[in-house]
Design a protein around this ligand. Structure first.
Ligand code: ATP
Ligand code: FE
Length: 330
């Protein structure tokens, strides 16, 4: 079995995965959304303190499996430095004391492998990663060969939902809240400009849209519930229209056999529905993670670790480092 740890942002999570069967033997996550909600976003220092409390609490429950462990895996990039350090320090201590090899896992590969938890992988696959920190199109040919072919110039898709929510004091994380408000709103009331509409490149940008929403909110002044719902609906429509325009551009040149949406914001129903339509039109098979594995979790980190374990991709305890950003997939 492999024990995996995730602490890259505001979720403390540990999983135990069986190497032979890929089955999840144990999985637990303690989220910090409530504690960060009043700040309208994650406060790194607070997140780190909460990991210090939560991770040992979860680890305690996994003691019965310690004798069966063959490796310890941990997210080491990308993420918040102070929170990554919590998981990495715990993983190092465990590997050292139990005399086990250490596996350093790329969190973004984790989001991709959330598709394949307790399953075999389906590759090649083109992946739309939409999370709190990333908006990328990735061509995943094999475990070792993944290329980022489009990314965001500024904010990410999920982050723009968080910021719009914060502007109206609706709470954190903004994604599910804005999606819920949007259901009661008129998506045609505000005509927000679709970002990079004229650009021939496949790339994303959300800061302009965010500012357009901010200006509209300032113009209205005192917001009633209907104003909030209409802003959410109009913003969501535009945010998704931007992604869809770029994905359609991608499909014009390459119709993938397999396509997937991963990351916390892949839970967005409005986006899922439109991607479903596009894929069915092109006879592309669409893969989606189970909703419970869309946001950060250690099960996806354990699933990646299975692949690394197979090829002896271990990191020496003294060599493991954290990285807040990554430019290429490793
Ligand atoms: P990264 O993985 O890039 O380091 P992260 O781990 O913080 O970032 P995730 O946990 O994958 O991000 O996803 C959280 C993000 O997903 C938040 O920005 C949240 O608002 C967004 N999100 C969650 N549900 C929805 C939804 N239904 N619609 C839009 N966004 C959503
Ligand atoms: Fe994440």
């Amino acid at each position: 079995m492999i024990l995996s740890i995730e602490s890259s942002c505001d979720d403390s999570s540990i999983a135990i995965t069986d190497i032979k069967t890929k089955k999840l033997i144990y999985h637990k996550k303690i989220s910090q959304e409530i504690q960060h909600s009043c700040y309208g976003g994650v406060v790194p220092e607070l997140a780190a303190r909460l990991h210090i409390e939560a991770l040992p609490k979860i680890l305690e429950e996994t003691k019965e499996y310690f004798s069966k462990l063959k490796a310890v895996a941990v997210t080491n990039a990308p993420g918040l430095s102070v929170t990554l350090m919590e998981g990495v320090t715990m993983a190092k201590a465990l590997a050292l004391s139990l005399n086990l090899p250490l596996i350093a896992v790329n969190h973004l590969k984790g989001h991709i492998y959330s598709l394949f938890i307790e399953k075999n992988e389906v590759l090649p696959c083109t992946i739309l990663l939409v999370s709190g920190g990333h908006t990328q199109i990735i061509e995943a040919s094999s475990f070792a060969d993944m290329k980022i072919i489009a990314t965001t110039l500024d904010d990410s898709f999920g982050e723009s939902f968080d910021k719009v929510s914060k502007m109206m004091n609706l709470g954190y994380p903004g994604g599910p809240i804005v999606q819920e408000y949007a259901l009661k709103g008129d998506e045609n009331r505000f005509d927000f400009p679709v970002p990079l509409r004229q650009s021939p490149n496949i790339e994303f940008s959300y800061s302009g849209l965010k500012n357009a929403v901010r200006l509209e909110i300032e113009k209205i002044g005192e917001l009633n519930e209907q104003n909030k719902a209409d802003i959410c609906a109009s913003f969501q429509k535009t945010a998704v229209a931007h992604i869809m325009q770029k994905i359609k551009k991608y499909f014009k040149k390459n119709i993938p056999t397999n396509f997937a949406i991963v990351g916390g914001a892949s839970a967005n129903i409005y986006l899922r529905t439109q991607i479903e339509d596009l894929c069915s039109k092109h006879k592309t098979k669409l893969h989606l993670s189970q909703l419970k594995y869309c946001s950060d979790n250690a099960a996806m980190i354990g699933r990646v670790a299975l692949e690394q374990y197979k090829i002896n991709d271990f990191t020496k305890i003294e060599d493991i480092d954290i990285q807040t950003r990554i430019k290429v997939f490793k």
